[in-house]
Design a protein around this ligand. Sequence first.
Ligand SMILES: *[C@@H]1O[C@H](CO)[C@@H](O)[C@H](O)[C@H]1NC(C)=O
Ligand SMILES: *[C@@H]1O[C@H](CO)[C@@H](O)[C@H](O)[C@H]1NC(C)=O
Ligand SMILES: *[C@@H]1O[C@H](CO)[C@@H](O)[C@H](O)[C@H]1NC(C)=O
Ligand SMILES: *[C@@H]1O[C@H](CO)[C@@H](O)[C@H](O)[C@H]1NC(C)=O
Length: 441
Amino acid sequence: MVKSSMPRMVAGNGVFYPIIGFASCVAFIYMSFGDLWVNYHKEPELSFVQRNGTHFMVNGRIFYINGWNSYWLMDHAVDEYRRPRIRAMLQAGAKMGLTVCRTWAFNDGAYNALQISPGRYDERVFKALDHVIAEAGQHGIRLLLSLVNNLQAYGGKTQYVQWAWEEGVGLSSSNDSFFYDPSIRHYFKNHVKNLLTRKNTLTGIQYRDDPTIFGWELINEPRCMTDRSGNSLQDWIEEMSTFVKSIDKKHLLTVGLEGFYGPKSPKRLTVNPPGDWAANLGSDFIRNSNLSTIDFASVHIYPDHWFHDQELEEKLKYVYNFTVSHIEDGDKELKKPVMFTEFGLSNLNKGFEPSQRDRFYKVIFDILYRSAKKKKSGAGSFVWQFLVGGMEDYNDDFGIVPWERPSTYRLITEQTCRLAAVQGVLPSQKDHLKELCLRTR
Ligand SMILES: *[C@@H]1O[C@H](CO)[C@@H](O)[C@H](O)[C@H]1NC(C)=O
Ligand SMILES: *[C@@H]1O[C@H](CO)[C@@H](O)[C@H](O)[C@H]1NC(C)=O
Ligand SMILES: *[C@@H]1O[C@H](CO)[C@@H](O)[C@H](O)[C@H]1NC(C)=O
Ligand SMILES: *[C@@H]1O[C@H](CO)[C@@H](O)[C@H](O)[C@H]1NC(C)=O
């Protein structure tokens, strides 16, 4: 099982302090950050995040990410009365020292749709996305923006297939024709072009030129089960990633995978959740992520979806192996950063208690912290998902309002502070980390 011993930390000035317990850890953080403020150079604006091998780089330094998901930002920014929630969430994230938020830049044909029909947009909703990006920039938060959904929420590939059907150009009504129908591929490329070349009405910056955007994600959780060889999805990723890069070479790009291994990675199949299903989704973590047009890999971790009768302890052991295996792949096979862009524990479990989430998050945070200390490819983690108070309708069985549970809040902010002890403080984090990491708790 994962040990919770407090590891040794490296101070900004290069001195090692052996850490015995929590009290001395607080004292240590106090000492080491004293130095960092002095060495801090003010950066007026965010700069682009780049990749060097298995690392992200920002301002010439390696960048490890404590991030989160709030899928709902654009949707809420449409209506004036819900719009203040965007600022509330981004401000709270910044206060926790978080640096990247993953959110949806798509809403295809659903309520408050961005894309009403292929290539037709609701300017009101585009302005809402402009607002989200501008507001994120003001809080020093970067955005990982997803371009379409594999699932039906907010339209997804089902909506694209329906559009093609309605326009009389669709070849099949199967959802997966999203990946292989030439007309639908054209719809999607057209949308990508419209989005990436959008000029933000608030900042005047085209999205493709805006460093507030951490990077693009082609599709949330792609699966193409009608072609289990994986060739259809691989072709689609190859074509779409090449297309994105032809428009935008400045931003990082990922696929949006859940991280399961497919039949082309036989050695890794035992790491998949029990059963054959995960190998038969038409996706493959290694093969899909290894394309030269893909800058980093992603993984989603949902032990409650993968196991039913196991105790939490058993699930956590499995999660530990799954997470470590993917970081190893980043270092050895892919030579790219690996991000855990979603992980969540369901409150629908029998015997669920909120403290179980702390245990689960801690497994992930500890692995990523250890990876960062050793300069390995584990590059970031994004809790699924954060909300602000009063929006229960947008919650699922995984969401939390982080400041409503002090132990969870502490766990997340400790991750911020220990990553900062490894990599230094980002300009945008400066004010908040002072309060967060110097405070005697
Ligand atoms: C990129 O990584 C390599 C290998 O880790 C390192 O030698 C080099 O200095 C890095 N380049 C930059 C610009 O940081
Ligand atoms: C696929 O499409 C059908 C409707 O044709 C829908 O009921 C189903 O939920 C869709 N599946 C996904 C994953 O979108
Ligand atoms: C990944 O791609 C590189 C170069 O493009 C290739 O040499 C390597 O064999 C590929 N690795 C896997 C596991 O497919
Ligand atoms: C985790 O990996 C180890 C070593 O490969 C293996 O012995 C163990 O059974 C795995 N545990 C789980 C729960 O998958």
